[in-house]
Design a protein around this ligand. Structure first.
Ligand code: SER
Length: 394
């Protein structure tokens, strides 16, 4: 069965054989001056080059990039969503067109990874009041014999409210037991693995679109999802990189229901990667995202048993994750940071329990109460809700 590393190698080799140079890829932290907190897509570090600046490695690029998305936080624990995940990408900086990209995408999935085209479905941009349908992608897929579903909102990709954007075409693979049926928007057993963006426009702040002088193609493939499909796994958590987590955590924290096990594996692994990229817990910005992940981990752990502690986490798991993401931070130092955060959170909860036991807070809380608890006692609303649930209130 193919491993995650072999999948990466096959992808990168395919594109290098077709004239693509390997970009360094890497950190979750965008470069200085970038308004977003974390890298959310493989193309992110390439933004200036997609906008027109010549790239030192040329006009055909490929690479691997770790990404973080907190928009999906509540979905973590299902079969396909992760907080930190990896994207494999290919880029044409004004070189070949979208149709070529789709043809290579099809060839790699079918011949390289051995996916039966009978299990593939694609979507294309069907047009809206500002841009017409993506006829070229539609025609290309029809020539390749794949079923096509047009959509509007789901097939327009943008890097933010303004800036780079364009129609995209997504490739889905059927993961159900029965014969493939339905379409990607009507049956979620069609799992999206690879998005090809025909990056042809710039959106201005007044909402208008300006066609780019040098259109590009940006593709991003979800690594863990593809490996899951290739290994016939029920979820992304059953692939090789998660195996150490899934076998170790139930041994140290028993019992754990499946959703908690998945959430803990995702959040702890993501927390380690964020720490590995040099972020430390703090009350705002990147550090707050990290803090939230650690706190969600701890509330999940303590819900069933308040004596559980992150000091039980074997150092090998930390090391395994750092090795996978090619990070050189000292795992012992990282463990110290995690334990420090655990101690602080434990103290905050204790303080919170004391404050909430005052008669003023025993009834239903008003917005003013929440503001007071936050501003005066540093207790965020979700924590108050957690403590009240723990105490059997609300
Ligand atoms: N930018 C696109 C995405 O993130 C393709 O890489 O889906």
């Amino acid at each position: 069965m193919i491993t995650t590393d072999q999948t990466v190698q096959l992808f990168l080799d395919f594109f290098r054989e077709r004239g693509h140079e390997l970009t360094p890829g890497g950190s979750l932290i965008p470069s200085a001056g970038d308004p977003v907190l974390f890298t959310t897509s493989g193309m992110h570090p390439l933004t200036p080059y997609l906008m027109g600046r010549p790239h030192p490695l040329g006009s055909r690029l490929t690479g691997r990039q770790r990404c973080l998305r907190t928009t999906d936080l509540d979905e973590v624990g299902d079969d396909t969503h992760l907080t930190v995940f990896e994207m494999l990408g290919s880029w044409s900086l004004g070189d070949y067109d979208g149709a070529q990209s789709l043809r290579w995408g099809f060839e790699l999935l079918r011949d390289g990874f051995g996916i039966d085209p009978g299990r593939m479905h694609v979507t294309v941009f069907g047009g809206d009041e500002q841009a017409g349908p993506d006829h070229e992608s539609w025609r290309t897929w029809s020539e390749l014999g794949l079923p096509v579903e047009p959509t509007t909102d789901e097939n327009w990709w943008s890097n933010g409210p303004t800036g780079l954007c364009g129609p995209d075409s997504e490739i889905f693979v059927w993961t159900g037991d029965e014969i493939p049926h339905g379409t990607p928007t009507s049956d979620d057993r069609w799992v999206e693995v690879w998005n090809h963006v025909m990056m042809g426009y710039l959106r201005h702040s007044d909402g208008s679109l300006e066609p780019m002088r040098r259109p590009c193609v940006d593709t991003g493939l979800g690594l863990e999802r593809l490996v899951g499909i290739l290994r016939n796994a029920r979820s992304v958590f059953e692939i090789d990189v998660f195996r150490p987590w899934l076998t170790t955590l139930p041994r140290i924290w028993n019992p754990l229901d499946e959703r908690s096990l998945r959430l803990l594996s995702d959040h702890l692994r993501s927390g380690i990667v964020i720490l590995g990229d040099g972020v430390t817990p703090s009350p705002s910005g990147r550090g707050y995202v990290l803090r939230r992940l650690i706190r969600r981990t701890l509330t999940t752990l303590w819900r069933d048993d308040p004596t559980r502690t992150l000091s039980d986490l074997p150092i090998e798991l930390v090391r395994h994750t750092l090795d996978h993401f090619r990070q050189s931070t000292d795992p012992h130092q990282m463990r110290t940071l995690l334990l420090d955060e655990e101690r602080k959170f434990g103290q905050l909860l204790q303080r919170g329990r004391k404050v909430l036991s005052r008669s003023r807070f025993t009834g239903p809380l008003t917005d003013a109460d929440y503001h007071y608890l936050h501003d005066t006692h540093g207790l965020p609303r979700d924590l108050v809700v957690y403590l009240n649930t723990e105490a059997g209130i609300g």
